[in-house]
Design a binder for this molecule. Structure first.
Ligand code: PLP
Length: 370
């Protein structure tokens, strides 16, 4: 099977599984215990937190380990709902369901407005400014990299606007941390979310980034771990695995970016040569190299394309993994591509050029048969 669904999840790096196995075998003590096995496990949790914070330009106590992006996002919205100073929420219809469902779940729908989306699938900053200036002191939730098409939002510009109008900013960095440089010291992001399985780390671990000045109330109470914000015995092995995955990702950023960038350019060229009128979603010159989204005409035969590709030995996705079963895409209708569904091809560090070329061949043959 050729795996081209790395925006859904990635294969753990062998160095990550090795570290995790070592921690599980040798450091399985409870990090809250005061004896040696406990303090040794705690040292791993603390060191990992410190390293992650250094890699992302923040303080160690601004990193709160969670089970992943969804939990971090829920903790943020739970606290926004408790914050009586927030009367206005600005987000976009393209956000991950963890954001959009949190808005409903925590009773925030009536306070929420949606920023316009430009044809390149990024938020319209002029519209954002008009929303912010009409109601200063808002809470803004916008993703950095879009999980369906890889478009990159101008987060520095968004952070600057939020700062100017006294708004808090949550940036969903689940698709960007580990794939592109994220430096919290360089921007006015108040909160962010991370998920290790998107960058060759383990599933079920991630974190919330929250600036020190923001005081949160926990959802899960108990033993008071994670500065009281997320009780429950820490998953030491997963935390160490996530830290290793981030270290490798950061070390290899430049190399991975140029190698994957070349594969993306080549795949686009191959498909343009073999599939007449092929349409890509977003501005492919400006999307992250890891994600290529193709707009597929919504015909009966094409509706089974991902399944047919699976039978041929290619794992790709119809848009995001969360919408994989319905194949409906808010993104395409939002940017005016009606009558299409998205087919997302996403590369990871282990994808080879040969795999990409085999996909291009199989995909164009299947489309010609449709
Ligand atoms: N936000 C974005 C943009 C995502 O792509 C995802 C996962 O697909 C999430 C949040 C949720 O992360 P997790 O799978 O760690 O819960």
């Amino acid at each position: 099977m050729i795996y081209l669904d790395n925006a859904a999840t990635t294969r753990p790096d062998p160095q990550v599984t090795e570290i995790m196995a070592g921690v599980m075998e040798n450091f399985w003590g409870n990090p809250s215990s005061v004896h040696d096995p406990g303090t040794e496990a705690k040292a791993i949790v603390d060191e990992s937190r410190k390293t992650i914070a250094q890699l992302l330009g923040c303080h160690a106590d601004e990193i709160i380990f969670t089970s992943g992006g969804t939990e971090a996002i829920n903790l943020i919205f739970y606290n926004i709902a408790l914050n009586s100073n927030i009367h206005h929420i600005i987000t976009s219809t393209l956000e991950h369901p963890a954001v959009l469902h949190s808005i409903d779940h925590y009773g925030l729908s009536e306070k929420t407005e949606f920023v316009d989306i430009l044809p390149d699938a990024t938020p319209d900053l002029r519209h954002l400014e008009s929303l912010l200036s009409a109601k200063p002191g808002a809470f803004v939730s916008l993703m950095h990299i879009n999980n369906e098409c890889g478009s990159i939002a101008d987060i520095a510009g968004i952070a600057e606007l939020c700062n100017r109008y006294g708004a808090l900013l949550f940036c969903d960095t689940v698709q960007s941390i580990g794939k592109t440089q994220v430096d919290f010291s360089m921007s006015n992001i108040d909160f962010a979310a991370c998920s290790a399985h998107k960058f060759h780390g383990p599933r079920g671990i991630g974190f919330l980034f929250k600036r020190r000045k923001h005081l949160f109330t926990p959802q899960a109470v108990g033993g008071g771990q994670e500065s009281g914000l997320r009780s429950g015995t820490e998953n030491t092995a997963a935390i160490a695995g996530m830290c290793k995955a981030l270290e490798i990702a950061v070390e290899q950023f430049t190399l991975t970016k140029s190698r994957i960038g070349e594969m993306k350019t080549k795949l686009i060229a191959l498909l343009q040569n073999s599939v007449p009128d092929i349409q890509f979603v977003g501005n492919t010159d400006q999307t992250i190299p890891h994600i290529i989204s193709i707009a597929i005409p919504d015909t009966e035969e094409n509706s089974m394309l991902t399944e047919r590709l699976n039978t041929e030995g290619f794992a790709v996705s119809a848009g995001s993994a969360c919408h994989a079963t319905t194949k409906r895409s808010t993104l395409l209708s939002t940017i005016g591509l009606t009558g299409y569904f998205p087919l997302r091809v996403s590369f990871g560090r282990f994808t080879t050029s040969k795999e990409m070329e085999e996909f291009a061949k199989a995909f164009s043959e299947l489309l010609q048969k449709s």
